[in-house]
Design a protein around this ligand. Sequence first.
Ligand code: MEV
Length: 290
Amino acid sequence: MAEPGHGAGSAGGKLILCGEHAVVYGHPAIALGVDRTTTVHLRRVDGPTRVTEPHPDDPRLLRAVRAVVGDGWEVTIRSELPIGRGMGSSAALAVALVRALAAAEGRAAGEHEVHGRAFACERVFHGNPSGIDHAVAARGGVVWYRKTPDGPALTDLPVPDWSLAVLDSGSAGNTADLVASVAARMPSVAPLLDRIGALVARARDALSDVDTLGPMLTENHRLLAEIGVSTPGLDRLVGLALSAGATGAKLAGAGGGGVVIALGRDPSRVVDEASRHGVAGFVCRPGARP
Ligand code: MEV
């Protein structure tokens, strides 16, 4: 039970295994919870809501926080998630805020409430998000996600026993701008999005098999590059991962920067090889539950 006038909540990060961007247009995507979290602490104060340090100098942050909690709170954010790297930092913040507010009111937030209120926060950061990021931030595990006119349709998938190499491009992508840039290229990119949707359905059947799944991830990356959301740096990281023995690799998230994920029998080798090229990376086990 929270102390009166206080509330805390946390939520996890995510990586999109396949299907980003296409998911905005109603195609399915598969996302993975990761074992890095964001925690929010709320304390009742008089006057407008303020966010204490440390937080990045992003003018959207206070607007996003207020979209969930309104005024009258001091908000402290602690996050293990890198910002703008496609790992769901804003979605984890959104879900943690909803949970913290409910805790301050002496109750737990239900799934429906979390989705609806976190969505308002995500819209400040991302304009027209599909909802996949905050669905996975709330739920963790491995999730098959589809946006439908009646709301999100989610299915928990079995957690596979492989790990991923995650390589950091060193720069951040802007999800709202990238989603808008794809929208501006409709309908000419629609056939590429359809191909991603079909690929995600095949990937679901190959989820436990790194040799079959890997090349599908690389194909997904090529389709995202054709749509225009990759960068030369991300393409280089995909090539580096493949030459270090990965069975497949792709950008993960909106693109324009962020991370590349690589699948294979020896993800540590991919991370070591990347580090020899001055690229930071880590091995990540998918399917963490916050
Ligand atoms: C961002 O993590 C994933 C995108 O598909 C946007 C969204 O689904 O909201 C690029």
